[in-house]
Design a protein around this ligand. Structure first.
Ligand SMILES: C[S@@+](CC[C@H](N)C(=O)[O-])C[C@H]1O[C@@H](n2cnc3c(N)ncnc32)[C@H](O)[C@@H]1O
Length: 206
């Protein structure tokens, strides 16, 4: 299925990438440091897919924690930077220049979990169902989607996106066909401009 939406190449070409926190996402680091990944069954050594990984800060961090990471991004410049970041940190991982929504059967069932941050909200809402379908297909049965979901408030969303507002009821409608909500909990150490507008959701593939 063809993805439509913003011109992501243009964002990178112009250097206008306001979503990029220039380092690991603080709530992800807080969760990992508190043992909250392993405690939820996301143990080092497991295979994690990171859709829309951008410059790869979180990918690099997860790789250094011992996860087998595969990032996906549409934009060659982002993919190159993510690969460079892994190499600079001597971290192992794969970054594929692919339309995540166009992934076929070749990767079906390959991953134990997926981690998403500011990818779901970057997709035009009519593509959310496709995101759920493709993510579920990549995961083994019983695998997890760990999502740091943003923006949950209209004030933090852009009026015509991205980021598109994500309401909890939209999440249920979109993901419940393939996933069961296993947990939802507060994000700690959010970047100041995102504080109060993001939350963790752990979905289990049926
Ligand atoms: C808002 S950015 C988030 C990047 C990264 N997750 C972060 O938090 O820094 C969204 C990313 O998704 C990528 N993207 C958008 N649509 C995509 C698609 N269909 N397949 C793969 N990547 C996509 C963009 O190129 C961009 O790097």
């Amino acid at each position: 299925m063809e993805s439509t939406g913003p011109d992501w190449e243009q964002y990178y070409r112009s250097g206008e990438t306001p979503w990029d926190l220039r380092g690991v996402t603080p709530p992800l680091q807080a969760l990992a440091e508190a043992g909250g990944l392993a405690a939820r069954g996301l143990t080092p050594g497991s295979a994690v897919a990171v859709p829309g990984c951008g410059r790869g800060h979180d990918l690099r961090y997860l790789a250094q924690l011992g996860y087998r990471v595969t990032g996906f991004d549409l934009v060659p410049a982002a993919v190159e930077e993510a690969r460079r970041l892994l190499a600079l940190n001597r971290a192992e991982g794969e970054v594929l220049c692919r339309d995540f929504l166009g992934l076929g059967e070749e990767l079906a069932g390959r991953f134990d979990w997926a981690y998403e941050y500011t990818f779901f909200c970057a997709l035009p809402p009519h593509l959310r169902g496709e995101f759920a379908r493709v993510t579920a297909a990549l995961l083994r049965p019983g695998g997890y989607l760990l999502a740091l979901t943003f923006p949950l408030t209209a004030a933090a969303a852009a009026p015509s996106g991205p980021p598109y507002l994500v309401r909890e009821e939209d999440l249920q409608v979109t993901l419940a066909r393939h996933f069961t909500l296993a947990a939802s909990f507060e994000a700690e150490r959010s970047a100041p401009r995102r504080a109060g507008a993001e939350r963790w959701y752990l979905w289990q593939r049926r």
